[in-house]
Ligand binder design. Sequence first.
Ligand code: SF4
Length: 351
Amino acid sequence: MQKSSIHPFSATIMAWYTDHQRELPWRQTKDPYAIWLSEIILQQTRVAQGLPYYERLLTAFPTVRDLAEAPEASLLRLWQGLGYYSRARNLQKAAQLVMRDFNGSFPQTYDDIITLPGVGPYTAAAIASFAFDEAKAVVDGNVFRVLSRVFGVETDIASSAARGVFTELAQSLIPTEDPAGFNQAIMEFGALQCTPSPDCSICPLRISCAAFKEKRVNELPIKSKKTKVKEIEMNYLIIEQNGLLLVRERVGNSIWKGLWEFYLMEDQADWLPYSRKALKSPPVHLLSHRKIKCEAWHVQVPDNFALAIPEGYRWMSPSEFESKGKPVLLLNLITDNLDCPILQDISPTYL
Ligand code: SF4
């Protein structure tokens, strides 16, 4: 195939995109920093949820230097509610690397961009094509779905071979004249038209689509492996004494590293000599490989009781705790229990 002659598939989805694309702020810019920020936010977040975060983060840190030099705590606080906090930490690490190794100017090629922490083949291709018009095809879940259906590709998308197979196919379809337009179009087509349960009757590709012709739309893409979800129980004690709360910052390799929480217990033995009041439990919290069931109690410790402070914990005022980044699970817990006076003072700003 001649690269300069646009494949009918590419021409069709790009024409469709012209009529159907959503107006999104990161599509109005060629600034690689802003595009990178949007791509990292959207990695595990829906557009509607990610949009205010994108705007807030770009306002707080308008340049890669601002992000590199920001205190980690303020970044995590702004990230609060988006989840997958390693994304935020990698963003900052990458910004620092751009300052150090690229003299503060964002790398301009796929090969350089992919060296940044938190940037995989998809994100590197997105930035390289959107900001610098490099002909690198993006391959994400939407692209897997569209290509497997239109071209009848039966490669298991959970297999290790899948990325290579679909990248090669997408790469053979990307027009060098407008790689950014093609990448935007195929992802938007997967997000809005060729959805998991698509309305094929209005699809401009239905004449040529292999899955539609063979009545296999619901079978493609093929995905074999099911990720095993681990169930976890978390029991929080909201321990209050003299108007202060017993809290800690999570350390180690936890997904919530750098975020703050109440006193956490793994089990519910007869752990306390004083009274406790059960709080409303937040709904089961789902992470990619974990399902968290959480229960919580409010414990009012008498002012004169000498409580041995467990390692890693400290007393903190509600207003200071309010200013710290916290996992969504905790924000939900707080919001659901605002009849508990001390929780009113740490009511979350961002949800
Ligand atoms: S015809 Fe249906 S399955 Fe095929 S590309 Fe269109 S929406 Fe997707």
